[in-house]
Design a protein around this ligand. Sequence first.
Ligand code: ADP
Length: 346
Amino acid sequence: MSKKSIPNNINNLSQLLEDGLVMCDSFGSILLYNNLAKQYLGDNLKGKNICNFVPIDELKDLNKNNNDGIFSDQFSFQTEDVLKRSLVLKVKKIDEDLFSILLLDMTLQRNLEKVRRDFVANVSHELRSPLTSLVGFIETLLNGDVKDEKIQKKFLNIMDEEAKRMNRLIDDILSLSKVETEEHITPNTSISIINPIQYVISSIKERGLSKNHNLIFEDLRQNVNDPCFVIGDIDEINQVFVNLLENAIKYSFESTDVVVRIEQHIQEEVVISVINKGEGIPEKYLDRLTERFFRVDKARSRELGGTGLGLAIVKHILIKHRATMNVSSIINDKTTFSINFPLTNN
Ligand code: ADP
């Protein structure tokens, strides 16, 4: 390890920066790093080599590459953790045996660019079908070809459904683009996970359940009075359970139970499962469920009012909350969406 040490006031100053900062000796051994660098690269960096955390070959010989003028360029890389941050790196020589490496987080810009690109392609495709149907019915009615009032009413009802479908699509697209671009921003509030679950269950019950479903809440934790705190955004967590429960109800057989189950097997996390009984999901599709606009059966999803975006929204909210989701399904039997939420102390 390098003997060089950095004065304390530089360390304090580095914490004020709005970018990550790592300082290392000419061999790449890390002498100092600020909290943002810790967030980007991981904990316990001191004394370790920067090349263990940043896959950029030019950092292997800092003095030589600096003399060759290579560091007048900036470098970029993507972190390997689940957040896949896009970082831009700027290297500056401070003195003979001291280099500063600035880490700029470009994830938001990258996500915005990607969302904008995909947005145009997907949306125009998805909006075209209800729009084509609307235009067709409007033309037919305008031509005066349909005289029968009952048929006119029928057409108007279909048009109403299609317009509502377009509305839902637009709402979901806006939600998705928001959560997608902000997925790397950790929420700054701690909430009890039980509250949004109970809220969503009672609001769905209030709206009334179709097809004779029974919505059941099961708390299987040892201490059911434990509030179960997670770092989270309450509106987004609500959105997760609305989407999972509405799906569970939509894709269930008539007169079956939909169960929300809370379990805690280890101290650090809570598992919340939404279980329903229905046609199920073939195994080969399980990995694709969170892709935007993916549906196992497009016509059925459409008929049930789906947009194909619900689980994509869930996925991005869960990434933001450092939560993970597992799906298992038995055809014509039980489908389970389980989410593991990391717990915090308060
Ligand atoms: P949609 O608006 O089509 O419901 P989602 O993104 O919410 O879109 O879900 C994607 C697809 O996953 C659905 O179209 C459906 O095929 C499948 N799916 C989701 N939840 C369930 C479930 N509980 N049981 C069976 N299939 C499901």
